[in-house]
Design a protein. Structure first.
Length: 416
């Protein structure tokens, strides 16, 4: 399609109501905490029931994340070529089917296989959600809208471990995974009924190898993409450390019940939601780069505080929980800014940029999962020291790379 035709198609396209965009972002991005947080309270129970060693149990998380990262490299160009809506409908159907399979898995190997399918399907939902924001908004307004959607994600992230704890106590780990399938089906119905196509600048060359390689190379070389992607990867590395190890720390080391653990993990989501609200305020007054500069202080305080308590031999719920709140608050600032900033310079190839950023995030999480599989012991130290490392990396990127390259045209990007 030539540029005048693209412009005409975009002008003729129906506007997507803001509340539909925000709810779509919450549901699509919210599948991430659903597929991870909801089954975390049942993870020790799952390991005992399937007689799975720690390395295999961690693989149910890290294999999903690896598939999630790799599949984004496929779904991004496909969504740029064929549109967001057909990709979403197909992937959400696959996600629901894979979730049913996971709930019925007879062995840890079969469960890992279905988790890989879940991760591959989840990748399309996240890629299309991030690209959809760029389809509809400029970067500064996109960060504002993204923060609203991520506030909704925070509600889902709050409810997921609480529901997972209740379901694990009532029906075991299979009940928790069955709930994931129900959420996937509900999201599929919503997208089918309410979300129109947002990509009205489809690129017929997007899936061809040579143009795709050229586009990807341009994205990867762009200093703005590098800065924002490094920020989101670092903060997500810390978050994933908490997700992948906290059930063992809180339940096996600190003695919480699955339900109490769900409350502890969910309380971090309240802090995360507070961060997204503060993010919107700081965006208006300080722009994208100013918001993450301030958020870095909370991230660093949380991570280093957790590591310091562990180093001093303090093993209590509060010594882990309060630093977790601080880190989650900072994550609520970094995530909407970073996700919008990474795709901002690429209105014609938002799917590819979103996929590459997501791949970096998933690769980071996969490496964290492998590390925790061998490092976790009967203390809080592996989790605390790893969160401390990622908090320092996040603050360093927020205070250096993002300040130099975060605004692609010079000056801070400000929300409308």
């Amino acid at each position: 399609m030539n540029p005048p035709a693209q412009a005409a198609a975009a002008a003729a396209a129906p506007a997507v109501p803001a509340h539909v965009v925000a709810l779509s972002l919450a549901l699509l991005l919210g599948l991430q905490p659903v597929v991870t947080d909801l089954y975390l309270p049942a993870l020790p129970q799952l390991a005992r029931d399937l007689a799975a060693p720690m390395t295999a149990t961690q693989l149910t998380m890290s294999a999903l994340i690896l598939a999630f990262g790799l599949a984004q490299l496929v779904w991004g160009p496909v969504a740029d070529r064929w549109g967001r809506r057909p990709v979403l409908l197909a992937s959400l159907a696959l996600f629901t089917l894979a979730s049913v399979g996971a709930a019925l898995a007879p062995t840890i190997g079969v469960l890992v296989g279905w988790r890989i399918a879940q991760g591959a399907a989840l990748a399309a939902a996240v890629v299309c959600a991030r690209a959809m924001v760029r389809d509809l908004y400029e970067p500064q307004q996109g960060a504002h809208v993204m923060s609203k959607g991520l506030s909704g994600l925070g509600v889902i992230a709050l409810a997921s471990p609480l529901a997972g704890g209740l379901l694990a106590a009532w029906g075991g780990w299979r009940a928790a995974l069955a709930a994931v399938a129900a959420v996937g089906l509900a999201t599929l119905v919503f997208v089918w009924r309410a979300l129109p196509e947002t990509n009205h600048r489809r690129d017929p060359q997007a899936t061809r190898i040579v143009p795709l390689a050229r586009t990807a190379a341009g994205v990867l070389r762009h200093p703005t993409f590098v800065a924002w992607t490094a920020l989101v990867a670092a903060t997500y590395g810390g978050l994933f450390t908490i997700l992948a190890s906290s059930s063992f720390v809180y339940i096996d080391v600190l003695g919480l019940s699955p339900l109490a653990y769900g409350v502890a993990l969910g309380s971090g989501s309240v802090s995360y939601m507070a961060g997204t609200f503060v993010c919107r305020h700081w965006l208006r007054h300080h722009g994208l780069t100013g918001a993450v500069r301030r958020g870095g202080a909370f991230t660093l305080a949380g991570g280093l505080g957790m590591a310091a308590f562990a180093w001093a031999g303090v093993e209590s719920v509060w010594a882990v929980l309060v630093p977790q709140w601080l880190f989650a608050f900072g994550h609520g600032i970094h995530q909407p800014c970073g996700q919008s900033g990474a795709v901002g310079p690429f209105p014609q190839s938002a799917g590819v940029a979103s996929a590459l950023a997501g791949f970096v995030l998933a690769g980071t999480a996969f490496c964290v999962g492998l590390w925790l599989g061998v490092a976790l012991d009967d203390t809080v130290r592996p989790m605390a020291y790893t969160v401390g490392f990622w908090s320092a990396a996040t603050a360093l990127v927020a205070w250096t790379l993002v300040q130099r390259h975060g605004a692609p045209h010079g000056g801070a990007l400000r929300a409308a």
